[in-house]
Write a protein that binds this ligand. Structure first.
Ligand code: SF4
Ligand code: SF4
Length: 403
């Protein structure tokens, strides 16, 4: 249809959105239906072996998933993301998917695509997903399997992805930037943009494991790129850098550091969404595993988690001097991986300052500052804040999308 007759408006730009926001309705939720995976990616924060019997036995049953999804719909949920691990490892994946669709939910799926079969394609044709998001770890066998550590996984990924694309299932692609694959990142970006023109993102931020596994955490740390390399690859990718520059003002926030407010949470955690672990633990967001911030849905109701636990977590405060001086009033929060959940994964504390996150955020700020210096409005936005950029402002993790 001609552009004269239709407009694309983001959901968040409708006046209705503000009302929904104020009412704190759980519009969407993530269901991690398994922590098991057919791959063993070096950077993975959740995966257990595909055949892990204990992990399988702890997984929510189909009935339990139906019970949670039913409660979510009653509270106002419209959209469910099925994720893992690798969701397709569940023998009852098809039943789970249909159950959610029959409850009237939009369903998205995160998958590595290695296990996609013609049966899945038939299922998605009959009951279309909102989208299927596939991560591309490399576009050569060598790089892909260096990340996944599974021989044969590259061929399986290409076969699965082709099945989805050939059958016009709506696919979005994304990538992770790791030490094991960053040299191939330009080729990965080109591959992704060639196959899904309207959307591609890559993520250079690796957070640590949910289970705190020391040896796996060391592997993740070894895959993190240094701040200067993250900045280099962001600058080298024309589209990503263009999006960063375009959204420049949103990355530098004014914050009154003298305010009496000492709250930890200024992000969107628990505002319009929540996450459920494979064994039924409710969290405000996927990374928030601190023991006082989770709720066992096998022992209580989703309404109690949403109406009692969430407000109590969002009212948590800190009086830690370093937190109050640094992250609490930091204008770079939207350029930073820092949030209470990620701080907890790194250090065991929700209010800890994290050196690596800080280095990356400041390197990104410097890069934006130097590259936009001579450019109109973006430069004005930067100048306004430039004094405080390297010192300390607020936090919202709904960072503007970067193509
Ligand atoms: S494919 Fe995804 S879930 Fe599986 S190991 Fe890799 S990152 Fe983890
Ligand atoms: S840039 Fe540094 S001070 Fe600011 S939120 Fe990140 S870690 Fe905290």
């Amino acid at each position: 249809m001609s552009g004269d007759y239709c407009n694309l408006t983001k959901l968040r730009e409708f006046p209705l959105w503000e009302k929904i926001d104020q009412k704190r309705i759980p519009l969407s939720f993530e269901l991690e239906i398994t922590a098991r995976c057919n791959n063993e990616c070096r950077h993975c924060y959740i995966n257990l072996n595909a055949g892990d019997k204990a992990a399988r036995e702890m997984e929510l049953t189909l009935d339990e998933i139906g019970h949670i999804a039913g409660q979510a719909v009653k509270l106002g949920s419209l959209w469910c993301l099925l994720t893992g691990g690798e969701p397709l490892l569940r023998d009852d994946f098809k039943d789970i998917y249909i159950l959610l669709k029959r409850k009237g939910l939009l369903v998205s799926l995160f998958t590595n695509a290695c296990l996609i079969t013609p049966d899945h394609v038939d299922l998605f044709k009959k009951y279309p997903p909102r989208d299927v998001e596939v991560t591309v770890y490399g576009v050569s066998r060598e790089t892909y399997e260096k990340v996944t550590r599974k021989p044969g996984s590259y061929a399986a990924f290409r076969r699965g992805l082709n099945l989805l694309l050939e059958n016009r299932i709506k696919v979005t692609l994304k990538a992770m930037a790791l030490r094991s694959n960053f040299r191939e990142l330009p080729a990965v970006a080109a591959f992704c943009r060639q196959h899904t023109k309207d959307f591609f993102r890559f993520d250079p931020f690796l957070h640590l494991r949910y289970d705190g596994n020391d040896s796996r955490n060391r592997e993740i740390l070894a895959e993190r790129l240094p701040s200067e390399e993250i900045v280099r690859i962001e600058q080298a990718d024309e589209k990503r850098f263009g999006a960063l520059k375009k959204n420049c003002e949103k990355f530098f926030i004014k914050r009154n550091s003298n305010s009496d407010c000492r709250h930890l949470f200024y992000c969107q955690a628990g505002k319009n969404s929540f996450t459920v672990s494979p064994d039924g633990f409710f969290r405000l967001c996927a990374s928030l595993w601190q023991s006082n911030c989770v709720y066992d849905l096998k022992k209580g109701t989703l309404a109690e988690a949403w109406n009692v636990l969430v407000p109590s977590v969002r009212s948590l405060t800190s009086s830690d001097p370093q937190f109050l001086e640094k992250c609490h009033s930091c204008p770079l929060i939207n350029l930073c991986l820092w949030c209470p959940a990620h701080a907890h994964l790194e250090s065991g504390r929700l209010d800890a300052w994290i050196d690596y996150f800080c280095q990356v955020a400041h390197a990104r700020a410097e890069m934006l500052k130097s590259k936009t210096k001579k450019q109109g409005s973006a430069s004005i936005a930067l100048k306004k804040n430039s004094k405080s950029i390297l010192n300390s402002g607020p936090r919202r993790k709904d960072t503007p999308p970067i193509s």
